[in-house]
Design a protein around this ligand. Structure first.
Ligand code: UFG
Length: 354
């Protein structure tokens, strides 16, 4: 019997490409559908360098019913991992139509196509942003929705759609994965995050300061009610997140209905703790200055991870030091991203393709 084929929407992106690595390592066959608006197809060549298998790429949009039907007919998927979507909070405020269209209408078009193809196993990339900023940490999955921006509300709407779908039709097996703050890179240094322009997120910014590409990190506020006054988040290694997808897929394949789980470590780290960890990992000094609070930022939140342990048997295995060390290896080996020739592999790392 051949290995199950899995459609990975958004599979060429930061998280999606790492998910492909984890799927292949688990003996599954990912096929990527991606518009490439915020990703690079060369990420899939790097997946091949790590695993020995290059996932086929269907360049297309999940809102395109014809493209979806064609892909389902051609490949005969067993399940779908839906990671495609827009994710910049600020942009979602200025372009709500674009965000609702890609994230909500895109998800609706996808489940319609799945229904037509009779494929009813789906893993959806959601976000801790659905909790908003009012919850006490650690946050359990049963906390109410309180998203505070259009991006977060698109995630809430898709979660609600999927819950209604699972309730209406018992043939569906669905998992919604609420990511906390995925960072890091594949330990090979071949795959990582590739922000277009100045990064919005903390880790790529810190990494570029350590590399000398930017002069200092602006710490967005040091007067929060946290131990050192700076914002606290639950940073989780992207390969742990990727392995969480494999665990969720196993669960959704064997259990019908809806499962919603947090993907985090259960621990918070402050901005200054992240900067210190990065300095240790890189051996470089990371200059920083305190700026004003960033509008819309929550002071502190982290995940309750018990549900993921109980239902998926999954927990994050990699700590903050490893997240920083892996990010730094990626940064050093690929200062211009995939425009750089393939970097040498770290000592001791065995690539499937060499
Ligand atoms: N921060 C800085 N300086 C920077 C960037 C960030 O001090 O240059 C701080 C922020 O204020 C916050 C922390 O670093 O305290 C993390 O900020 P990020 O921008 O890296 O991440 P967020 O927690 O704001 O949001 C991320 C994703 C969202 C997702 C959310 C879920 O960007 O899409 O995690 O937890 F919804």
């Amino acid at each position: 019997m051949s290995a199950p084929k899995i459609l990975v929407t958004g599979g060429a992106g930061f998280i999606g490409s790492h998910v492909c690595v984890a799927l292949i390592a688990a003996g599954l066959r990912p096929v990527v559908m991606d518009t490439l608006v915020n990703s690079d197809p060369r990420s899939l060549q790097r997946v091949a360098r790590i695993t020995g298998v290059e996932p086929p790429l269907v360049r297309g949009d999940v809102r395109d019913a014809v493209a979806l039907d064609r892909a389902f007919a051609e490949h005969g998927f067993d399940a779908v991992l839906h990671l495609a979507g827009l994710k910049a909070v600020g942009q979602s405020v200025s372009d709500p139509i674009g965000y609702y269209d890609v994230n909500v209408a895109g998800s609706l078009a996808l489940v319609r196509a799945m229904e037509r193809a009779g494929v009813r196993t789906l893993i959806f990339s959601s976000s801790a942003t659905v909790y908003g900023s009012t919850q006490r940490s650690p946050i359990r999955e049963s906390a109410p929705y309180a998203a505070v921006n259009p991006y977060g509300r698109t995630k809430v709407m898709v979660e609600r759609l999927l819950a209604d779908l699972a309730r209406a039709d018992g043939r569906w097996g669905i998992a919604c994965l609420r990511f906390f703050n995925p960072i890091g890179a594949h330990e090979s240094g071949l795959l990582g995050e590739l922000p277009h322009g100045p990064p919005d997120n903390l880790l790529p910014y810190v990494s570029q300061v350590a590399a000398g590409e930017r002069c200092h990190v602006v710490v967005h506020g040091d007067d929060y009610e946290t131990p050192d006054g700076t914002g606290v988040r639950d940073y989780v290694h992207v390969m742990d997140v990727a392995e969480g997808h494999v665990a969720a897929l196993r669960h959704a394949t064997t259990h019908r209905g809806l499962l919603t789980v947090n993907l985090g470590t259960g621990r918070g780290a402050s901005v200054l703790e992240v900067i210190s960890a990065f300095e240790r990992a890189s051996g470089r000094t990371v200059a920083w200055r305190v700026g004003p609070r960033r509008p819309g930022d929550a002071p502190a939140y982290w995940a309750d991870v018990q549900h993921a342990r109980d239902r998926l048997g999954w927990h994050a295995r990699r700590g903050l030091d490893q997240m920083c060390a892996d990010s730094w290896r990626w940064q050093l080996g690929n200062p211009r991203g995939f425009d750089d020739p393939d970097p040498a592999l770290p000592a001791g790392f065995v690539s499937a393709s060499t």
